[in-house]
Design a protein around this ligand. Sequence first.
Ligand code: PBG
Length: 334
Amino acid sequence: MLENNLIGRGRRLRKNELIRELVCETKMSKKSLIYPIFLKTGNNVLEEIPSLLGQYHYSVDRVCEGIATSIDAGVDKFILFGAIEEMQKDEFGSNASNEDGIIQQALREIKGQFKDKVQLITDVCMCEYTSHGHCGVLNQCTKSVDNDETLKRLREIALSHVEFGADILAPSDMMDGRVLAIRNALDDAGHKELPIMSYSVKYSSSFYNPFRDAVDSEPAFGDRKSYQMDYHNVREALREASTDTIEGADILMVKPALSYLDVISKVKNITNSPVAAYSVSGEYAMIKNAGLAGIINEYDVMRETATSIYRAGADILISYFAKELAQAMEKGDM
Ligand code: PBG
């Protein structure tokens, strides 16, 4: 074949900005972004989180400031997390379902002010509220997390989040049967229309460490490997995704995102449900800190990594960079 008669001249479609825009395969919208918000016990708290520079702890009385800033930046969907004092924790994570629990108060506060201008997603889990830091109720003899006892607590937590205004529930504990348990609890209580975004495929990952520092949820003993997934496995991820779909999950989430692009892509291939990816705290912290150290360009790497997650198949992205990504998308920079 002659050199001047190549089969494909890929560079034709890379010639200039406008033609690149035309053939761009991954088109992203700020409407698909979810921003994590961290609540903290106390009054008048607005503190930068040391393990997550650029992210803040808000007390309930100031959380609306964080919400307003995000809305200004173009993000109106949030996932809420709570950091409470050690003395507020107990074995059953009671604060997670108390009517004066931190998430319940925050839901009331934010919904009171912003009503339906925001979508509030809540993390249905116990680890931020238990004295032992595990995601469920412990079996007193074996000290391992008791699956079916935990389901009872998850139902209570879910119902209390809905009572105070949650728009979407996101169970993140990785117990078997939790989606079905929560779905049934919601339906029985008349909340048939309330969606569940399941953390379907959640790996046991060291990328969560900055988050655990932020909410003080490191397990007091052992690890989470008996409930979160082993990162060597991908067929297991598909089983989890299928099970959650059958149990009634409306949105399937893969977490973490960056080291799991293959998983996102495979889950996407087997489902017709929306797929969410959670780009977790460790992913953010690595980019943030390498950027601050002048080793990489934070803005460029943020855009490249977020694009790769969408390219892998994510329809929805949960990211600590949500505000900056929304701005970049608005500017046509993605
Ligand atoms: C709670 C929960 C965790 C994260 C989200 N929900 C921590 C964990 O499972 O240990 C991690 C989020 C992040 O790292 O950004 N179960």
